[in-house]
Design a protein around this ligand. Sequence first.
Ligand SMILES: *Cc1c(COP(=O)(O)O)cnc(C)c1O
Length: 375
Amino acid sequence: MSGFVYSEKPIEIVEGDGPYLYDDQGTEYLDMGASYACVPLGHGHDVVTDTIETQLSRLTYVQGSYPVAVRTQLYETLGQVAPGDIEKVWLCNSGTEANEAALKFARAATGDTKIVATTQGFHGRTMGALSATWKDKYKTPYGPLLDDVEFVPYGDEEAIVEAVDDQTAAVIVEPIQGEGGINPASTDFMRTIRDVTTEANAALILDEVQTGLGRTGTLWACERTSVVPDILTSAKGLGNGLPIGATLCRDWIAEEYGDHASTFSGNPLISAAAQATISTIIDDELPAHAAEVGAYLQKQLETEVGNRVRDIRGEGLMLGVVVKRGANRILQELAINYGVLALPAGRTVVRLLPPLTIDKNHADHVVDALGEIID
Ligand SMILES: *Cc1c(COP(=O)(O)O)cnc(C)c1O
């Protein structure tokens, strides 16, 4: 059954270099999707590649009960860069696992069961994370899922106040919804969630699997709102293309998390890749770079196509262009006629999640292309 999930794409990618991908014919594409934000440093980044090669020849795996320096270093780094007083780190292999752990930890630490999630939210496809995911099409054939999940409209402060009670273990929310259509939460909504969860002794889980690691102009999207969650989840770009997820927790969560583990958690090879990725993002000041290039891209899009589209929204290099007709037709034209690969988010949003390393010339190319395509 391998490969049955994805419909065949007409382009066969065989190589990557920085923000560019190459197909089997040697055609060059500007990668404005970074395969769902998984390659924040671009393809084949020297530092990450060298680090992986060195670690590959030293040690790729040893069971988690032996301390390994690269993993210990990654724990420390993630603890340091986590927002506020978050210091404890649990590692896994994907975004859905990071959220799965977050939900389990929240239940264990609070002794409560109810999970509050949001409309249009996306948290992954394993049973727990899927239960907190909004769209029925992801869930319908797999039920019954967790039954103690309540959805509130994303952005609705009154609804969140009403939904969170003393049975609530956690609220799980994305600071900017990705799959749901690039919907940024208002600062007021985030602060209200923080207030009501604190009051109810429930955990606030921020899913930064897509927004994290500098993409929105700050290392974590929550910095924009000054809201510090109890649990923050990261994945996608954390290994610059290698599989890793992280569940970052405040002490009160980590003190009472139950018994949870994963065989490949923090294996040396992936830990080395993640350490190199985070160090490079910070050393090269990529969050600030993403803020600058992202603001430029958004402004140029406004000027060029603003009056022909429904909306242009997002932060930093996580942008959505809401078009009047199907996004897929535009994405096809972008790829075939302009050599630009981007992503959909639902039927009408063209989603841009490029490597954080792109410059204004790359932005101009995309703006020119969209200017010619969108009518
Ligand atoms: C992609 C994504 C996930 C799931 O990550 P996987 O690695 O595919 O399991 C969870 N939350 C958000 C916000 C995502 O964008």
